[in-house]
Design a protein around this ligand. Structure first.
Ligand code: GYE
Length: 305
């Protein structure tokens, strides 16, 4: 066993565990699917899942984790809303002797490292999701696009990495430019409102890159209200791969979506069991993500969340 892992809080082998799952918010289908996946697997295993919902507040989420530490649960699964505000509580769990798993979003790994300060990070490669969205858009537009970017929640790792992965990829294409970029906080309503304003200010836009499907769907509504024809005079790409986004692809409005798999339950709890059994755990367990466009949206509709 690597020395770093040996220095992490121990976990006894038990038939059943009492674990916390600290959710960041429950305001979009991705969050609902992730929560359901954790609850379903806890139920299947007969474990007790202490669930908290921070309602979009990083400060509340930090308090939620502290309350889990105080309750002396066996382990903590944290899906940190933002990187920096949730980093201290990760270190506090370690000091309190409670193994913690960061799932989905990252904390500040310059301060709290997987395999050293917490057991592991389990989640998607958000940088690569951004890169794949850019790759599709470049191909689809023949290397010419004026893009409006709708970013995720400020300070969250998917917003940071999806911006960077996309931005780095388009650097080598001089005909591809981001002409406006603003947060829509990962929600449909804010995506719509922000797009209403941005499309007035930038009528020359020919493409939209949304950091998640919900904002893309909100943007489609705003664009149609503004008299634009999504999928015809403006190309839209997003991330998540939820069912309603696949419907929008089939309807010809959304161009493509990179999947971000929200089903963590089985993998998260299996990793805990492996950890308790004394197995060496990789610090980073990366989820596989599919890609949906008009060529495969229909076939994958049933398996989307
Ligand atoms: O893309 C978005 C959700 O953290 C990867 O959070 C997740 C993101 C997901 O609110 O829809």
């Amino acid at each position: 066993l690597a020395a770093a892992q040996a220095a992490l809080p121990k976990l006894a082998v038990k038939p059943k565990y009492r674990v916390c799952f600290n959710q960041s918010e429950m305001d979009n289908p991705w969050r609902l699917a992730q929560t359901k996946s954790m609850q379903d697997e806890a139920k299947r295993l007969g474990w007790t899942l202490v669930f908290t919902n921070a309602n979009g507040s990083a400060a509340k989420q930090a308090a939620d984790v502290r309350s889990c530490i105080a309750q002396r649960v066996d382990a903590i699964f944290l899906t940190p809303r933002e990187e920096k505000p949730l980093t201290p509580v990760v270190l506090e769990a370690k000091r309190a002797g409670i193994p913690l798993f960061v799932i989905d979003r990252k904390v500040d790994e310059a301060v709290a490292k997987p395999g050293r300060d917490f057991v592991a990070f389990i989640g998607s490669d958000f940088y690569d999701e951004g890169r794949r969205a850019a790759e599709w858009l470049v191909k689809q537009t023949g290397g010419k696009a004026k893009i409006i970017e709708l970013k995720g929640s400020t300070g969250s790792s998917p917003a940071i990495d999806r911006e960077k992965g996309f931005g780095d990829y388009i650097k080598k294409y001089p005909g591809i430019k981001i002409i406006a970029s603003q947060t829509g906080n990962f929600t449909r309503d804010e995506g719509r409102k922000v797009m209403e304003t941005l499309i007035q200010a930038h009528p020359e836009a020919t493409a939209v890159y949304a950091h998640n499907d919900e904002m893309a769907l909100g943007a489609i509504t705003a664009l149609e209200t503004a008299g634009r024809k999504p999928g015809k005079d403006i190309t839209i790409v997003s991330i998540d791969g939820q069912r309603s986004a696949l419907d929008a692809i089939i309807a010809g409005k959304l161009g493509a979506t990179v999947e971000c798999n929200p089903r963590f339950g089985v993998k998260a709890f299996q990793t805990l069991k492996d950890y308790a059994a004394g197995k060496q755990i990789a610090g980073r367990l990366v989820n596989e993500d599919r890609f949906f466009d008009i060529t495969n949206a229909k076939q994958n509709l049933a398996s989307a969340f």
